[in-house]
Ligand binder design. Sequence first.
Ligand code: MG
Length: 377
Amino acid sequence: MNDGEAHLAPYAARSAASRGRVHAEAPAATRTDFQRDRDRIVHSTAFRRLEYKTQVFVNHEGDLFRTRLTHSLEVAQIARALARALRANEDLVEAIALAHDLGHTPFGHAGQDALNDCMRPYGGFEHNLQSLRVVDELEERYAAFDGLNLCFETREGILKHCSPDNARRLGALGERFLLRRQPSLEAQITNLADEIAYNNHDIDDGLRSGLLKLAQLDEVPIFARHARALRAEHPGLPERRLIHETVRRMINALVVDLLAESRRRIEGAAPASIDDVRAAPPLVAFSEPVRAEADALKSFLFDHLYRHFQVMRMTEKAKRIVRELFDAFLGEPRLLPPDHRRRVERDGPRAIADYVAGMTDRYAIKEHRRLFAVGEI
Ligand code: MG
């Protein structure tokens, strides 16, 4: 087997010491187990659909905005850079990053909120749990098992949060939520790489869409500080370049701070194994002042972008589409394609949630039109 893991720190996750897969498999000839997990994720159907799913903007609004696919790639890039610097397992963070959003509904959080409302009497719907369901059960690719049969550590990283009820249901994977323990360093890294990626690219997309104005961002200290320094260095810099360069510097500053703070915490806790990491307090974190700045950026985006009236109009429309699709299928399962109808006979409303959650933005819009528009079939 490939020993690309010899350079790792003692606290890193190692393929050879993995808690394993649900279905035992012989090791791959040329790849570590985590590399194999990453490859399985890249080849999955749910991964390809990420191209047509979005978070803030709906897929057809423009070709320049991030999709869940490009978001996942940005998270993987940032997570790998962090993992390399901390001598953690790059392959594992890449696998987690590429899989972390597989369970997202069409239309991002609006879709998830609507589906959660629909599923309330049947156990609710949570995208994070759905990502796990995709890799554990829903992908149909392998002869011997459902799902992708990923390693425990990859699945642990995908499951970022979880209610106590769900945690009890999930056995070994849910244990840490009941015991209030941490996941691997790799999972912690990917979680914060996700936050760095979306905060920064939402600023970029928000400005590009015209929903945010550059002047508004003066009230966001981390943006204002970097933009001010940049204007002093390069007077008269065109706005487009100013935005990109400022975002670039913000990402860099967040990464540098995160590495310094995490190194300080790792030194203090001196974990000698992945189990020490799990038992320690969170080891991957921003420093206090940068945490405060990142939170200020988050709440700015919440107030001015995610709650912008034009975004809200789309959000409400998206919720309506998801709700109406779900209700139509629940009321009459014979509207479903035959294989999904059979799943509903077996699994009840959960199978409808799986079908709706698996849709891309444009597929959901089309399906809604097919069901509700007179003159469409
Ligand atoms: Mg994400």
